[in-house]
Design a protein around this ligand. Structure first.
Ligand SMILES: *[C@@H]1O[C@H](CO)[C@@H](O)[C@H](O)[C@H]1NC(C)=O
Ligand SMILES: *[C@@H]1O[C@H](CO)[C@@H](O)[C@H](O)[C@H]1NC(C)=O
Ligand SMILES: *[C@@H]1O[C@H](CO)[C@@H](O)[C@H](O)[C@H]1NC(C)=O
Ligand SMILES: *[C@@H]1O[C@H](CO)[C@@H](O)[C@H](O)[C@H]1NC(C)=O
Ligand SMILES: *[C@@H]1O[C@H](CO)[C@@H](O)[C@H](O)[C@H]1NC(C)=O
Ligand SMILES: *[C@@H]1O[C@H](CO)[C@@H](O)[C@H](O)[C@H]1NC(C)=O
Length: 417
């Protein structure tokens, strides 16, 4: 008897040799499809603890809401332990960034969603969408496509923190954590005021404490006048004041406790997508993030050790969305009017960018940011410019030439002004 792995290898070699049309260009592993069912809801309690609720077994609903996705095998990098990762961050904050270079990442081959498959992206987008609603509400994608005009938008500073769903395959081999993002600063009785809560997100996605102009109250005192910003001060504020990342790592750790043997994938929209990416960069889990604001700058400011590669993180967004493009800023932008300074634009990993501005003649508009828009108008059909070059979806590229906050000078400047 041949060992199973060898048999698999031989089978895939043989199928290549026999020129079977199905498996000609893709390795056999990528043809594996996984079905997911909804298992739990997750949320954050007022005391900033992660809580889970099991979804009652309602066969009708579960079968309707099961999702089939294609997978492919990729390599990713995991920290030997979360404690070691946390320790490396602390040391990097105290001493030198360079300590992060030596972090002992462990490479591992994992089954990841096949992000070249349109229907897989579409299913993941629906699963991300459903993080906004209870499974029994209208709006749960499989149950009804009935959307209200006030449909959530991905950015709800006054809502109740991160929440979402946990899906799993029937054998628990793979688990999907779907995140809905809101301002994490809302959490905690006696916490910051509503206004500060909203502006807390500005710590993550603005260049310098949301200094837009003199009319703005900055969210941290790191502005040094002119275009100068004290970077140590920004990092300290981010680490001290923002629960965004720590709540995500708690959630992930809780999930690994519940599913110790499973591969975990993380998905999300908007802020949920940004958090998904930061968690993927931490734990090595495959990530698919929809319309996330640029989170690369936050990863640096949070001192996350950077893995040898982040190709397991995939962003999906379109060019008419000013939040994902990092253009929703400036005094008169709709983001600024809402109190946000969305200035970051660079994403980790590789990005699948749908150029809806050029190819569908869409105008840049913050209303195109919603996930429903992506489900119903972007992923709903073949993307013709991709089809022309023999693909289903645009090719994913790392954002190598992306420059963040180029007009700012970061250094050690006296605070004030
Ligand atoms: C949905 O379920 C929750 C409990 O899980 C319940 O409180 C709520 O009333 C239900 N909503 C509808 C529309 O059935
Ligand atoms: C959509 O929702 C409205 C109000 O909840 C309801 O009256 C209408 O029948 C629903 N439409 C469909 C197609 O489910
Ligand atoms: C999958 O995990 C759940 C815990 O959420 C457990 O109740 C169930 O028995 C597990 N199923 C299998 C096949 O291991
Ligand atoms: C999640 O993990 C935290 C910290 O490890 C722990 O305090 C909490 O009880 C866990 N929550 C659940 C629901 O497992
Ligand atoms: C997808 O959405 C676009 C834009 O709304 C529409 O023109 C197109 O017909 C839709 N395609 C399908 C297959 O529904
Ligand atoms: C969109 O892309 C398709 C395929 O490349 C092309 O035929 C079409 O003209 C493009 N539309 C616009 C408005 O550029």
């Amino acid at each position: 008897m041949l060992p199973a792995a060898l048999t698999t290898l031989l089978v895939s070699l043989l199928s290549l040799l026999t020129d079977s049309p199905d498996v000609e260009t893709v390795p056999a592993s990528s043809l594996r499809a996984l079905s997911f069912e909804l298992r739990h809801l997750h949320a954050v309690s007022p005391s900033a603890h992660v809580v889970f609720a099991d979804v009652p077994q309602r066969p009708g609903i579960l079968s309707e809401s099961s999702h089939t996705l294609r997978t492919r095998t990729i390599s990713s990098w995991k920290p030997p332990s979360f404690a070691l990762h946390a320790q490396a961050r602390t040391q990097s904050m105290r001493f030198a960034q360079s300590l992060l270079q030596d972090f002992p990442w462990e490479e591992e081959a994992i089954a990841a969603p096949d992000v070249e498959d349109r229907l897989t992206l579409l299913e993941l987008a629906k699963m991300s969408n459903n993080a906004y609603v209870d499974f029994n509400e209208t709006g749960w994608y499989e149950l009804s496509a009935n959307w209200s005009v006030s449909y959530p938008f991905g950015w709800e500073p006054d809502a109740d923190g991160f929440r979402g769903h946990v899906f799993a395959t029937p054998d628990n081999s793979t688990v999907v954590l779907a995140l809905k993002g809101t301002s994490a600063g809302v959490l905690g009785g006696g916490g910051p005021t509503a206004k500060k809560d909203k502006l807390n997100d500005n710590l993550l996605f603005s260049c310098c404490c949301a200094r837009v102009d003199w009319t703005w109250t900055t969210v941290c005192g790191c502005y040094g006048g002119g275009w100068k910003c004290d970077i140590d001060c920004v990092e300290r504020s981010l680490i001290d004041d923002s629960l965004f990342y720590p709540i995500g790592t708690n959630l992930y750790n809780n999930l690994t406790y519940m599913y110790p043997q499973s591969d975990i994938w993380i998905i999300g929209h908007s802020l949920g997508g940004a958090l998904a990416s930061l968690l993927g960069a931490t734990f090595g889990s495959p990530v698919v993030a929809f319309e996330a604001p640029g989170e690369k700058m936050a990863a640096g400011r949070l001192h996350l050790p950077s893995p040898p590669s982040t190709h397991h993180i995939t962003h999906v967004y379109h060019t008419a969305d000013p939040i994902a493009m990092g253009t929703c800023n400036g005094v008169l932008s709709s983001c600024a009017l809402g109190g946000f300074a969305m200035e970051s634009k660079c994403h980790l990993g590789a990005s699948i960018i749908y150029d809806t501005v050029s190819n569908l003649s869409w105008g840049v508009d913050v209303r195109t940011h919603g996930i429903v828009n992506v489900i119903e108008k972007v992923l709903n059909d073949s993307w013709l410019p991709a089809v022309e070059v023999g693909r289903e979806v645009p090719e994913a590229h790392p954002e190598d030439d992306c420059v963040e906050c180029y007009s700012w000078e970061f250094g050690n400047f006296a605070k004030g002004v």
